[in-house]
Design a protein around this ligand. Structure first.
Ligand code: SF4
Length: 434
């Protein structure tokens, strides 16, 4: 009872492997040369200000170029690459900055590749019955969607593979809607996979990311390529390659249940490497202490006097990104005496229970939710959607915490330095030769 084939190959810096992976799964068998092709990489974030190790965070330019070359050799001439990266002025993050930084303009010149920032174009309001989402027009107008996610874990959804990468086709309002109090994020992802159907998914596992989805996770050189005409099959193999059981990944379980697909892989034929021989075992979650009052690292460093409960699924990507900055600033601002009874709340679901001198409300959602909360003694609002880095620093300083962006810059330098001396991490995988 095999429905789908997925190929699994080691890369070993041998570019031909991309072509082989696609051929082995029969990935282009339904492609016509006249088709309008859309490539959707994963460019979740960009950073033009701080050192940005891209390993396991975004799709390699190498995979994008090999895919465009393959399509061009096949005879396709109408090829578009589309994405909508997180926008953040402070960090210089935008889709266009990512396209430029990854060398995609060379692909325009060499192969006539069209580049589209989904946010520049209209979105199609799409009714799912229980909710509606605005989806990039390109995703509907294409004849052949090629999905190029990264082999990575995700601190909210456990993994971020093919189905999750489709969330990048939504407008900002819809992305925010996916992080709400009533419907789990995973359900949005599973339902999205019903409406947008990639004809080919190639998971870029040249690098894999632990505690993803952004740069603060830990990258490994995993040297894998996973390809399938069936996104579910590719994701199933990707999960196992990361060391997770697909049945324990809610979005895959939801997707499978809606189609009556078994989660044991009995409908998937894996060709190439033996999955058990190449699987890793990566952590997806950031640890908080047992009381859920602070990240474990605060306990380890003896930081006290602060209540910082763990983020939940209602915190969307913009605030998650800045939440990391906030934690680093607090670590840097600690001066060997307990903070003076403060709490930090973010997202759309956490109400203060009181008992703190000051309650820092991180982002417009937390500010709105706790607006008339009588339990709060003094509300300190860090406004923004998400709050800007400079605003976070300003508010912390105003309330006696000596935070500075220099601390954050030092952290980013140190983090990037982890990869600098290791030959297996090759920055050239994120550039394209002129
Ligand atoms: S404030 Fe934060 S959690 Fe709320 S919608 Fe904006 S980015 Fe999302």
């Amino acid at each position: 009872m095999i429905y789908s084939k997925a190929s699994l190959l080691k890369f070993h810096d041998y570019k031909q492997r991309v072509r082989q992976a696609v051929e082995m799964c029969g990935g282009l068998k339904h492609l016509r040369t006249s088709d309008r092709v859309l490539i959707k990489p994963n460019l979740v974030m960009w950073d033009s200000v701080y050192p940005f190790p891209k390993y396991g965070v975004i799709t390699t330019s190498l995979l994008v170029e090999e895919m465009v070359k393959l399509l061009s050799d096949y005879g396709c001439s109408d090829i578009t690459l589309g994405e909508a990266t997180i926008k953040d002025q402070d960090l210089g993050s935008s889709t266009k900055a990512a396209f430029a930084g990854l060398g995609y303009h060379s692909l325009q010149k060499k192969y006539g590749l069209k580049l589209v920032d989904f946010d520049d174009e209209p979105f199609v309001e799409t009714d799912f019955g229980e909710f509606s989402l605005n989806i990039a027009r390109q995703a509907f107008e294409t004849d052949f969607l090629i999905n190029l996610p990264v082999l990575k874990t995700h601190s909210q959804t456990k993994v971020s593979l093919g189905l999750k990468n489709l969330k990048g086709c939504l407008d900002l309002k819809s992305k925010i809607r996916c992080h709400n109090r009533e419907i789990p994020l995973e359900h949005f992802i599973a339902r999205l996979g019903e409406t947008i159907s990639p004809r080919l998914t190639v998971i870029d596992g040249i690098y894999a990311l632990e505690r993803g989805p952004i740069f603060n996770g830990k990258a490994y050189r995993s040297d894998l390529l996973i390809a399938s005409g069936d996104t579910y099959a590719a994701d199933w193999v990707g999960c196992r390659a990361l060391g997770l059981e697909p049945s324990e990944v809610p979005y895959l379980a939801d997707f499978a249940a809606a189609r009556d697909l078994p989660l044991d892989g009995s409908t998937i034929q894996v060709v190439g490497e033996a999955l058990d021989h190449v699987s890793t075992n990566l952590e997806w979650d950031w640890e908080w202490n047992k009381e859920n009052s602070a990240p474990e690292v605060f306990d380890r460093l003896g930081i006290r006097g602060i209540y910082y409960p763990k983020y939940d699924q209602t915190l969307c990507s913009g605030c998650s990104h800045m939440n990391n900055l906030m934690l680093i600033l607090l670590l840097g601002a600690y001066r060997e005496k307990p903070f003076s009874g403060v709490e930090y709340l973010g997202g759309k679901a956490t109400l203060s229970q009181g008992g703190y001198e000051k309650t820092f409300l991180f982002g417009n959602c937390a500010v709105g939710l706790n607006k008339n909360n009588p339990a709060i003694q003094e509300a300190v609002k860090i406004k923004g959607c998400p709050p800007a880095a400079a605003e976070i620093v300003r508010v912390l300083n105003e309330h006696g915490l000596p935070a500075s962006l220099d601390m954050y810059a030092a952290y980013r330098e140190a983090h990037a330095a982890r990869y600098k001396e290791k030959s297996e991490f090759n920055e050239a995988h994120f550039t394209i030769q002129e």
